[in-house]
Design a protein around this ligand. Structure first.
Ligand code: UDP
Length: 490
């Protein structure tokens, strides 16, 4: 590292150990590297190994002399823990391993420098989940900025939970989930019980996940600022309420498109892959897409964490096949319960007649892979719709490419996200809490055939707004400039 680089700020970026979080925070890291800022990107040992195995992160970041990928010891066996179901245990394990690690990393010398080859740390950007870093930063006297990788809409509901409890809207029993929620400002009139993040749809306020997630969220105003992967034209009505709690908001999304645009400016015709996948991408599906007509294929993926039952998988499979629409489906290894997931694609096992028929139809007009290069898939001209679990990265990637969605949210922020897609932005259909082959078939036909033009038109309008936000002078562009300035000024 030369002397000029040594004089530049050094930011520690610390994501929660899961694909969606690592993905969006690595995009932010690269945007800051492009501005000349030194970055130490800190992940678990497991994620470190998977990034090295499946991505070109090391060669890709070689052009940034100030970038370092570091790792802390694994806090738990990531292959065994199901993040959504064991969130409290996972956070407790992280607290015990990461807190002392961070403390040591940040306080090795009085100027917060840890390594001779890097300048002292000047700031921490931490996933909002990890309030443990706030304690360490405050103790050491380093500025800390939070980054929440979920939508502003979803995160705003977290802030309104105390109000819902006060007003008697929470807790509620598991029935009558369509009743309206009145006390989330900006969402009156469309938010229902079933649209609250899964962790808050509780019948009992002593629920440990409920308490942990609420406690974590309410720490956010302690940070110097809050970065959100969203843009003003998408969530402006919610952001105005948000600013009353967290006035220093940096809305800089959609990050993947923002980074792509900056890289293209710097390296004209840059077509290099900037995948951050923790699984091996099966790029054969792009060749398959090349042979399909424009806007004819439904892309199906439920993200990196969701696990579905075999029954659910069969309902989706029947529904999609019966719709007659072409499809590209990601079935992650071990993502179908009771060990049957891999069987579905295993031609050596004996099958029932309906399953044989499903497989025949899949050979005719479908393609199944274990993990796809999703950003490239959604940007492909053959894609006409996305059946998604409504994870925030997937939602933004779809919005940026003007691809309408059918939403089948599983947990966390996915419930409010799908409501926004269906009811507020009207760029898709919300299939929340149902999974029935007849409904799947109807929704796929609605999105891809009957109401295709209407959805494509609205999705295209939203994609234009997304592009505008990251162009020079756009809201996300200006907010990124402000974030960089604030980091440089310290
Ligand atoms: N993804 C991918 N290939 C796949 C499925 C997902 O690259 O086959 C990526 C996707 O582009 C997104 C991330 O994995 O960036 C999933 O994040 P999201 O927030 O949508 O959902 P999560 O996995 O956190 O539930």
């Amino acid at each position: 590292m030369d002397q000029v680089q040594q004089l530049r700020p050094h930011v520690l970026i610390f994501p929660f150990p899961a694909q969606g979080h690592v993905n969006s925070m690595l995009k932010l890291a690269e945007l800051l590297c492009l501005a000349g800022i030194n970055i130490t990107f800190l992940v678990s040992n497991n994620i470190h190994n998977r990034l090295l195995r499946h991505t070109n992160v090391v060669s890709r970041f070689r052009k940034y002399p100030g970038f370092h990928l570091d790792h802390y010891p694994d806090a738990y066996d990531e292959s065994k823990v199901h993040i959504a179901q064991e969130i409290t245990d996972l956070c407790t394990a992280l607290q015990s391993v990461v807190k002392p690690f961070l403390k040591e990393l940040l306080s090795k010398d009085p100027a917060h420098g840890t390594r001779k080859d890097r300048p002292p740390f000047s700031c921490i950007i931490v996933d909002g989940f990890l309030s443990l870093a706030l304690d360490v930063a405050e103790e050491i006297g380093l500025p800390l900025i939070c980054f929440r990788t979920i939508s502003a809409g979803a995160f705003w509901t977290y802030f309104c939970i105390p109000r819902l409890v006060e007003a008697g809207e929470l807790p509620f029993p598991g029935d009558e989930m369509n009743l309206p929620i009145e006390n989330v400002k900006g969402m009156e009139g469309f938010l229902r019980r079933c649209d609250l993040p899964s962790f808050f749809r509780v019948g009992d306020l002593t629920n440990p996940d409920f308490n942990l997630l609420l406690k974590e969220a309410l720490q956010t105003p302690r940070a110097k600022g809050l970065i959100l992967n969203t843009f003003e034209d998408l969530e402006g009505c919610i952001l105005s309420h948000f600013r009353t709690h967290c006035p220093n908001l940096y809305t800089i999304g959609p990050l993947h498109a923002h980074l792509r645009a900056r890289l293209q400016l710097r390296e004209a015709n840059s077509n290099n892959s900037n995948s951050n996948s923790l699984w091996e991408e099966d790029k054969s599906c792009i060749k398959w897409l090349d042979n399909q007509p424009p806007k004819s294929v439904l892309y199906v993926s439920f993200g990196s964490i969701s696990i579905i039952t075999r029954e659910t998988l069969l309902e989706f499979w029947h529904g999609i096949v019966n719709s007659g629409v072409r499809f590209l489906w990601v079935i992650r290894p071990n993502s179908v319960n009771v060990g049957l997931g891999d069987d579905v694609l295993d031609s050596t096992k004996s099958k029932s007649t309906p399953e044989v028929e499903l497989e025949e139809a899949t050979k005719e007009r479908g393609c199944m892979v274990g993990w796809a290069p999703q950003e490239d898939v959604l940007a492909h001209p053959a894609i006409g719709g996305f059946l998604t679990h409504s994870g925030w990265n997937s939602t933004l990637e779809s919005i940026a490419e003007g691809v309408p969605m059918i939403c089948w949210p599983c947990f966390a922020d996915q419930q409010p996200n799908s409501r926004f897609v269906g009811e507020v932005w009207k760029i898709g259909l919300d299939m929340k809490d149902t999974c029935d082959r007849v409904i799947v078939e109807k929704m796929v036909r609605d999105l891809m055939v009957e109401r295709k033009d209407e959805f494509l038109h609205r999705a295209d309008e939203m994609a234009k707004l997304a592009r505008k936000s990251i162009e020079e002078g756009g809201s996300s562009f200006c907010n990124l400039v402000r974030l960089i300035d604030d980091i440089v000024k310290g």
